[in-house]
Design a protein around this ligand. Structure first.
Ligand code: HAM
Length: 450
């Protein structure tokens, strides 16, 4: 018979891998709580339309969709932002604002599996709904950096590349692009760093057939390349103010100035929050999802060897687009896959092992029942405790205790029956001692620490 394997692009989490994932997720949870976010979750599948309506072509092409028995078109969630918007819309008048929520969700995207991109992954989402100022954008970026810093990544390891969709829109309109062309251009530019130059050039030709306009566009992006000697945001700001910035910024440059000023405000908040050393304005950051409207960002490893480990931005029209009121929103998603690769490379990966407090061993099969009873008493007091099923010799039981990383072995034997005493063995040392059982049970850990 054929052996059935796991599906390509999915992962099995054996306890060792699960311990790593738990450590990552616990870090996300703690970071969310200390930054003032409350947890929510949404269903694993939604109506297909929720994603085809506003997320854009890229996500729509990556959906795992299904039809239920009633003929309803459904899809497994590829992201949580549309579900969040749907949930907020349902209760908008009852929720005090700003709404600061987080989720840690298992998602599926029918992507081509590659390094850093799988078909099933976990994603941490942080979102602030109901605030339109750059402070909330800055707080989201701060929260992402706060987590990455807490696991040991420094500004030498990672960079937050930020830009703004509305700034790009203003620049594009100055160049002569129409409103209708903008979505196509965002999607084109988002692919720039992911495609070989020739493939990108061909795609650019398809998207912007006018050669002059296409050159203007690419020259504009190149002129604000972060690799240059001047901070590209300062350069952009100087150009926008000088008003002699043709062909990139035409005479009526006010929308550009306005957008540059907003981005400078964001920069100021990031500086005040003490994380600007992690950040870099990069006009090439556009984001693949269709619903972003303002500041956008992605976090990369400094060496740009890996795909983005985090991405987000402002999406002020999504709630309204899904039938709710016009409420501003901003947030990000961070996946576990690239994060784990990077932490592994930097030797920062840890695991979250649930410690086994006690392994209760028996010095002879006749004490098995007593050992079982003691195990359950310890568990009832909230300690983790294990025992051997197989009635092995004491030496082998102690080996098992070591394999299971037990902190202490409790040995039940003749002295337990005769004098109500047990032997305690500290598994990290070679020492052991005999102690009265009632005293031990009164406060097991405190007793052992002495
Ligand atoms: P996204 O850029 O599609 O944004 O995904 C965010 C992050 O999720 C990525 O940077 C990556 O770490 C991870 N990720 C995405 N796809 C995969 C995959 N196939 N395999 C492994 N990891 C992946 C969003 O999902 C937005 N909804 C985020 C957001 C929240 N924007 C505002 N609020």
């Amino acid at each position: 018979m054929n052996k059935i394997t796991a599906v390509k692009g999915t992962r099995d989490f054996y306890p060792q891998e699960m311990a790593v994932l738990n450590w990552i997720m616990e870090g996300w949870r703690c970071c969310s709580v200390r930054n003032g976010f409350e947890q929510y979750d949404s269903p694993i599948f939604e109506y297909l339309q929720l994603y085809t309506q506003k997320s854009g072509e890229e996500i729509a092409g990556q959906l795992f969709s299904l039809t239920d028995r009633g003929g309803r078109q459904l899809a497994i969630r590829p992201e949580t932002t549309p579900s969040l918007a749907r949930m907020i819309n349902q209760r908008i008048s009852a929720l005090p604002r700003p709404i600061k929520w987080f989720s840690i969700s298992r998602l599926c995207r029918a992507e081509r599996p590659q390094r850093g991109r799988l078909r099933e992954f976990f994603q941490w989402n942080i979102d602030i709904i109901g605030d339109d100022s750059p402070v909330s954008d800055a707080e989201c970026i701060y929260t992402a950096v706060d987590y990455l810093r807490s696991v040991g990544l420094t500004s030498k390891d990672i960079v937050v590349k930020f830009s703004s969709r509305s700034l790009l829109a203003a620049l594009l309109k100055d160049m002569g692009f129409t409103e209708n062309q903008l979505d196509g251009i965002y999607s084109l530019l988002d692919k720039r760093s992911k495609l070989p130059p020739e493939t990108f050039a061909a795609l650019a030709k398809d998207t912007v057939p006018d050669a002059l306009l296409r050159e203007k566009l690419l020259a504009c992006l190149d002129s604000f390349n972060p690799q240059g000697s001047q901070d590209p945001l300062e350069k952009l700001s100087a150009l926008a103010q000088a008003k002699d910035t043709k062909p990139y910024v035409a005479s009526d440059s006010d929308p550009v100035q306005l957008e540059v000023a907003k981005l400078e405000q964001l920069k100021q908040y990031l500086q005040i929050m003490g994380i600007y050393e992690y950040c870099q304005f990069d006009i090439n950051i556009v984001r693949g999802l269709a619903y972003y409207t303002g500041p956008v960002f992605e976090i990369f490893d400094r060496g740009s060897q890996l795909r983005a480990l985090c991405g987000g931005g402002r999406y002020d029209n999504l709630l309204a687009g899904l039938g709710g009121p016009q409420v501003p929103a901003t947030g990000f998603g961070m996946g576990d896959v690239v994060l784990e690769i990077l932490l592994e490379e930097k030797k920062l990966l840890r695991s979250f092992n649930n410690e086994l407090h006690f392994f209760v061993a028996y010095a002879g099969v006749e004490f098995f029942d007593k050992a079982l009873q003691l195990t359950c008493r310890l568990r009832a007091q909230g300690y983790s405790a294990a025992f051997d099923y197989k009635r092995l010799a004491l030496g082998k039981q102690l080996k098992q205790a070591a394999q299971q990383n037990a902190r202490f072995a409790v040995i039940v034997g003749q002295e337990t029956v005769e004098a109500d005493e047990i032997t305690l063995k500290d598994m990290t040392k070679t020492t052991q001692k005999t102690v009265p059982l009632p005293q031990f049970l009164a406060d097991p850990l405190a007793f052992l620490d002495k």
